[in-house]
Every structure is written in C-alpha cells, then in structure tokens.
Design a protein around this ligand. Structure first.
Ligand SMILES: Cc1ncc(C[n+]2csc(CCOP(=O)(O)OP(=O)(O)O)c2C)c(N)n1
Ligand SMILES: [Mg+2]
Length: 280
C-alpha cells in the first residue's frame, strides 16, 4: 500500500479540499456535473482512498485489492477527482471531463482506471458489493468491499434485497456507506419518502450500524478501518452530510444536485473553497 506515502505531505482535509476544487473546475465545463452529491461525499472518498482502501494505482487489477463501488454513480466527478489525486490517472486528464473523446463521462465506466463497475442506474451497487464480498470469500481472500450509496437511492427496493442477502450470508467484509445528505433529485428525502430512524432500519436488517458526522475524514477513516464492527455482520456507516458542503450559495439546496457553473459562480466557488481552507 502507498497510503502513508500519499499522506506524508497531506492531511485528509487537504485531500478533500483538492477533490472539491477539481469538482468545481469540472462543473464549470460545458457538461456541468453532479456537484452537490460529489461535495457531500468528498470527505468519505478522501478517507477511503487515502487511509482505508488497500489499493495500489500501479496495480489496479491486483486480485487482493479492496473493492470500492460508487453506487450513486452520478457523483462521478467526485470519484474522478479522487482517483486522479490518488494516482490512477493524471490530474491533467480531469480537464477533458465530459468532452468528446474523453473516458471521463457523466457516469463512471470500466475504461477509467480504478473504476470497478459502471454505475449510475441507482440501486445496483449493494448487490454488486455482495458479489465482490462473496467472490473474495470463495477465493480465500481477506479483501473488503465498500459501497457508497445515496440516501435517495435507498428508495430502490433492490438495495434492501441486497441488505437481506448480505446479512443472511454473513458478509462481514462488506461495508456500506450511506451519504445521508437529506436531499434527492427533487427535494428532501423525508418529505418524499421518510426513512428515519435510518440506523434502526439497517439494524433490523441484521447490519452493524454507526451513525456519524460525514465531514470529519479522520474519524470516518477510523470507523471504516475498524470494520467489521460486529463479527458475522455487514457494516453500514451512515455519514451525515450536507449536499454542496462548503459552497454557501449551494449548500443544503436541491439546486446543488446538477450544476453548470457560470464563470461568475465558478469564481465564487473557488473563493468559498479558499475561505474554507483558511477557516479549517
Ligand atoms: C434507477 C434510477 N432512477 C433514477 C435515476 C436518476 N437520478 C439520478 S441522481 C438521483 C437522485 C439521487 O438522490 P441521492 O441518492 O440522495 O443522491 P445524492 O443526494 O447523493 O446526489 C436520481 C433520481 C437514476 N440515476 N437511476
Ligand atoms: Mg441524497
């Protein structure tokens, strides 16, 4: 693993700040992007890729690697920024996002180094994660599988089928993270389809649950690193987040879901990120 090398000159907070900064630049291009959901999970992605996952960009197909699936595939810009920062492909390639000929499209595909599965149609990632965890078990490998889900995505029934299967198969090397930003495409999850008490729901499906601040990457890394939390049970981390976290004109607003930043708003976003860094 090269995690320690990566963090020699960085903290997880500075990595997350760089991820957000790349996302802002990508969302200022002609395609725009899912900025809000990429920002809400930026700290989770930083914690995973820079402190938790056993992955090596020089050997992206190493059979012993941990697996990560961005089930909320629309947050692709966040994943691209993270993979580039981690060294899976050059950071300069991010400038081509969404443009003709680029492999960095609106939703992730296998052609992008580090992407395990194409995602974007919500509701499939947890079942895929079960498959990865089961395959690792059959192969006698100790690798873990991590799946990042949106909270609106939890309205897909297939998520709960996979949750039942994971618990009954005792897949304790499977870890789900729910990006609990409280918003989906058209409004708040609680006004559209209430899901609290969310931790109790997962517990009742036989999962070990932790419900935490989703914007503290060091603590997130500690929790994720410690999984499995209960022997024989899959783990789910409910990460309480804010959609568009860090941008005052978008944070906590549905309008952050898909954004094409005008030059003026791009400049505002860059300034806001700088202020956030100073304050941090
Ligand atoms: C099966 C399916 N239905 C609808 C969509 C369109 N869609 C893309 S993002 C989104 C909202 C998802 O909300 P959430 O999971 O909470 O994501 P986040 O808030 O993290 O962006 C929807 C409905 C989709 N990608 N897949
Ligand atoms: Mg959401």
């Amino acid at each position: 693993m090269t995690v320690t090398r990566v963090l020699e000159r960085d903290t997880l907070d500075t990595v997350a700040a760089r991820i957000r900064s790349h996302v802002v630049d990508m969302c200022a291009g002609p395609e725009g992007g899912h900025l809000g959901g990429a920002f809400s999970c930026a700290d989770v992605l930083a914690a995973l890729y820079f402190s938790v996952l056993n992955v090596d960009p020089r050997r992206p197909e190493d059979p012993d690697r941990d697996r990560f699936l961005l089930s909320k595939g629309h947050a692709a810009v966040g994943l691209y920024a993270t993979l580039a920062e981690r060294g899976f492909f050059p950071v300069a390639e991010l400038a081509g996002y969404g443009r003709p000929g680029s492999r960095l499209m609106g939703h992730p595909v296998r052609a992008v180094p580090g992407v395990e599965m194409p995602t974007g149609s919500l509701g499939h990632g947890l079942a895929l994660g079960c498959g990865f965890a089961l395959a690792a078990r059959y192969a006698g490998r100790t690798s873990r599988s991590f799946v990042l889900l949106g909270d609106g995505e939890l309205q897909e029934g297939s998520v709960w089928e996979a949750a039942i299967a994971a618990a009954s198969l005792r897949l304790d090397r499977l870890v789900a993270v729910v990006d609990r930003n409280g918003l989906q495409l058209t409004g708040s999850t609680e006004s559209i389809s209430p899901m609290e008490p969310l931790a109790d729901r997962w517990r009742s499906f036989g999962w070990a649950v932790r419900d935490v601040d989703g914007h503290d990457p060091d603590r997130l890394a500690d929790h994720l690193d410690a999984a499995p939390w209960e022997p024989g049970k899959p783990s789910v981390l409910i990460a309480r987040t804010v959609k568009g976290q860090g941008l005052p004109f978008l944070a906590g607003r549905s309008a952050s879901h898909y954004v094409t930043l005008s030059p003026r708003n791009h400049a505002r976003a860059v300034r806001a990120l700088r202020d956030m860094e100073v304050a941090g």
